[in-house]
Write a protein that binds this ligand. Structure first.
Ligand code: FDA
Length: 512
């Protein structure tokens, strides 16, 4: 602690030298002695796994008001051997934006970098990294009924982490992921220099669109291309249990969902429920949750041609504006639109662990039956299994265009999410053991060599960096899963822009 206290003092002094005479700066620097330190730290933690007494805590939190504050934080952290974390929305599945297992560390929280400027005429926007996708969607809809953006579903996700890790959502089959629609960015590098696309160069600009921002610098803002949306879109949710033919429907879905008209995205949620039969035994419910960029008549006809087995009828469908569909998919239907501006709606009161896979071949009916058996017998209460279809625009883009390699040949992404509320290490072990076993069980059904994973569903079980420097070979264990053929280029870019490996975390890109 003596060393920490020493570093702490020197770090704080360094900050005050870097931004002299700044009353405002001193007000946004929080140490454990400040009464608001704990609430600032907790404010955007979405997962109780990272709020325990043994979770490492930062020595200092900074909520910068200006770019100069971030430049000072980078300079002083480097000078005084502090690890550095940057947080935008705080949704990282492994808490890497606010937990460092190498201490001491500082968090730069971009909560005051939330400005959004919409340019309707050119169909573009500048959005600062600390804004959420909900705020972005709201600001777009405020200006235009026929523009939108292709990114995730949960409104409180931050654009800083989300866009730099990919960003899949209900319009991704039509327009690609968020990272595919970035046209410029502002970033502070390891030397405190501020860049735009031109000055950072195409290699670094490539790396931050899917390679994760945290390995390369602090992203200040994105310049994005907005996408056209019709005035009326149609949504539906159709639920079917095993007793209602779910196995055949899920099996068929795998042949349809990546090939159907790009205007339609048919997402599939699988949950365990009690069946409505008299014995109330456990069953699996498949929910087909969908967005169609058009009206109900065209949708019903399209579904009759491409997926008649689902039996979709007009009564299942609701026509609405694109922005209302954002509320619908976030389970916020009926709320006033400005709920999208509220960053605190999903502050967690549960423990969460997620994992991911990609399917390149359909799973046979026999395989699905084996999976159902496993899920029905699972000794845990709440899990969700989500299949997100690819195809369309995502698959037209080449695997090397951005670091996100899951393109042509990918049928769908699989997401395994486990949620629990009970405290304690035995509950923790019970849940984590189960999800790890289930992940092993799924191996024969999903992509292999490499067994791919989605960076935005970060999973430290795939492998972590050493405390010192990690070799490219060691990091390849997890790096090839997230980035495939792009991992080597990411390591080259990293070596070029941050040769001292200042921007490091448990799964940052290694230097060569
Ligand atoms: P957070 O602030 O935790 O950052 C995540 C990572 O990015 C960290 O490593 C962090 O250091 C780094 N980072 C953040 N800001 C940065 C910056 N300005 N510069 C450099 N690095 C920065 N995904 C998806 O594709 N579609 C979806 O629909 C959803 N939905 C969803 C719902 C919920 C409830 C959760 C918890 C997560 C999702 N996700 C998702 C996953 C989400 O995309 C992923 O967790 C993002 O990284 C979150 O970005 P945040 O900025 O919120 O996280």
């Amino acid at each position: 602690w003596a060393t920490s206290a020493h570093i702490h003092e020197n770090f704080l002094q360094c900050l005050s030298h870097q931004v002299p005479n700044s009353n405002s700066f001193s007000k946004v620097i929080y140490t454990p002695h400040n009464s608001s330190y704990a609430s600032i730290l907790q404010s955007f933690i979405r997962n109780l796994r990272f709020t325990t007494p043994v979770t490492p805590k930062p020595l200092v939190i900074i909520t910068p008001l200006q770019e100069a504050h971030i430049q000072a934080a980078i300079y002083c952290a480097k000078e005084h051997g502090m690890n550095f974390r940057v947080r935008s929305g705080g949704h990282d599945y492994e808490g890497l934006s606010y937990v460092s297992y190498e201490v001491p560390f500082v968090i730069v929280d971009l909560v005051y970098f939330q400005s959004i400027t919409i340019d309707v005429e050119n169909s573009t926007a500048w959005v600062q990294a600390g804004a959420t996708i909900g705020q972005l969607y709201y600001r777009i809809a405020e200006k235009s009924k026929t523009l939108g953006f292709s990114a995730g579903v949960c409104p409180t996700v931050g654009v800083g982490g989300h866009f730099s890790g990919g960003g899949y959502g209900m319009m991704s089959r039509k327009y690609g992921i968020a990272a595919d629609n970035i046209i410029d960015a502002r970033l502070i590098d390891v030397n405190g220099r501020i860049h735009d696309r031109k000055s950072m160069g195409e290699d670094l600009f490539w790396a931050i669109r899917g390679g994760g921002g945290a390995s390369f610098g602090v992203i200040l803002a994105w310049h994005i291309k907005l996408v056209p949306v019709p005035k009326i879109v149609t949504v539906f949710t159709v639920n079917r249990t095993l007793e209602q033919n779910a196995t055949k429907l899920v099996h068929r879905w795998q042949y349809v969902a990546d090939k159907v008209d790009d205007n339609l995205l048919l997402r599939l949620f699988l949950r365990r429920v009690n069946s409505s039969t008299e014995d109330g035994r456990r069953t699996i419910q498949a929910s087909f949750v969908s967005l169609f960029l058009g009206g109900v008549d065209t949708l019903v006809q399209l579904m009759q041609e491409s997926f008649p087995e689902l039996g979709l009828v007009r009564e299942d469908c609701i026509e609405m504006s694109w922005i209302d569909s954002i509320l619908y998919f976030a389970d916020l239907s009926g709320e006033p639109l400005d709920v999208l501006l509220n960053r605190n709606t999903s502050v967690a009161d549960y423990y969460f662990k997620g994992k991911s896979d990609y399917a390149t071949e359909p799973i046979s009916e026999e395989g699905l039956n084996r999976i159902w058996k496993e899920l029905i017998a699972a000794p845990i209460e709440t899990f969700e299994f989500l299949f997100s279809p690819f195809g369309g625009r995502i698959s037209e883009i080449s695997a090397t265009e951005t670091p996100f390699p899951h393109r042509s040949g990918t049928l769908y992404n699989l997401h395994y999410a486990l949620v629990w509320e009970e405290k304690g290490s035995s509950e923790f072990n019970r849940h984590i053991t189960w999800i790890r076993r289930f992940y092993s069980f799924m191996a024969p059904f999903v992509s292999m060599s490499p067994r791919s994973a989605y960076l935005n569903y970060r999973d430290l079980d795939l492998g972590v960096n050493n405390k010192g420097n990690t070799s490219y070979g060691q990091a390849s264990i997890w790096g090839l899963k997230y980035f495939g053929v792009n991992f080597e280029r990411l390591a080259h870019v990293k070596t070029m822009v941050d040769p001292g490996n200042f921007f490091k975390n448990e799964q940052s890109i290694p230097i060569l």
